[in-house]
Design a protein around this ligand. Sequence first.
Ligand SMILES: C=C1C[C@]23C[C@@]1(O)CC[C@H]2[C@@]12CC[C@H](O)[C@@](C)(C(=O)O1)[C@H]2[C@@H]3C(=O)O
Ligand SMILES: O=C(O)CCC(=O)C(=O)O
Ligand SMILES: [Fe+2]
Length: 325
Amino acid sequence: MVKGSQKIVAADKGIPIIDMSQERSRVSMQIVKACETLGFFKVVNHGFDRTIISRMEKESINFFAKSVHEKKSVESVNQPFRYGFRDIGLNGDSGEVEYLLFHTNDPAFRSKASFRSAVNCYIEAVRQLAHEILELTAEGLGVPPHTFSRLISSVDSDSILRVNHYPPSDQFFGGATLSDKSVSLTRVGFGEHTDPQILTVLRSNGVGGLQVSNPDGMWVPVFPDPSAFCVNVGDLLQVMTNGRFISVRHRALTYGKESRLSTSFFAGPPLQAMIGPLQAMVTTANQPRLYQTFTWSEYKKLAYSLRLEDSRLDMFRTGKGLEDP
Ligand SMILES: C=C1C[C@]23C[C@@]1(O)CC[C@H]2[C@@]12CC[C@H](O)[C@@](C)(C(=O)O1)[C@H]2[C@@H]3C(=O)O
Ligand SMILES: O=C(O)CCC(=O)C(=O)O
Ligand SMILES: [Fe+2]
């Protein structure tokens, strides 16, 4: 069931599509604007090696076509990095989705060498793309270029790769099937949430399902474009920009006749990194400091103790006790 009365507007309405082959200063200005207005944009002409994408997609399709027993056997001991089926997180969330989660510094899983190699190559390439987007973001904001990117390029950065597979609506994993006429064909694949990290870089096959919430409170379906990457601001970037950027709420629905495959890279900092509003974002009386400073480890622990749809950032607003000295 899809709950809530939030209206849905036309696909891609208000979603910026940024051509990365333009002059650098234009790209960086457009990125900043997109992060301020929606917290979400697509990038095209990004230079990502297409063979890396197609290998990753082919291996993922082969993997998800296996039996559940085989899929479960890839599990590493390194929880929560695993194969998951319907359950999301550890606090009772679920959806019409199965997935693989890897820590990018140790994507250890028991699968064939060609899949492991495809995953490793993809991680390196998508990390570089995230790095480039974060440098452009810093340039657009007029802060030192490595302000954000250094956090994700450190050897101990805590980034995650997630591969999601959403079944077509006639093959839902749980509950009623198409033969039950009273059942809606639209289900929640991945419930509404924000991503806790700095930045997410996502791509999908040509099947739709992703929706983002716009500032008018409408859901905007994201038109699927396998040649583009979708980028969304995460909670930490909202904090570092002192609320100037929006950590966008988003969800994935499943309603089509075909399987949807999405691959997301969640760019996170090292666990002990201190995260707080940048000085440059808190200078004037018009921009009072909105958030406390905390470590990513503290924030992550809180995020993982809550439900998917919970707003965690509110707990780190200033004026909530625990102020910085
Ligand atoms: C319900 C949850 C799943 C999640 C951990 C959490 O407790 C809240 C944040 C969720 C999320 C959303 C973005 C990513 O998909 C994810 C891997 C992340 O870092 O935070 C998931 C977590 C998860 O699936 O374990
Ligand atoms: O599959 C998608 O398009 C969205 C998935 C997502 O939001 C996530 O994995 O955090
Ligand atoms: Fe997400």
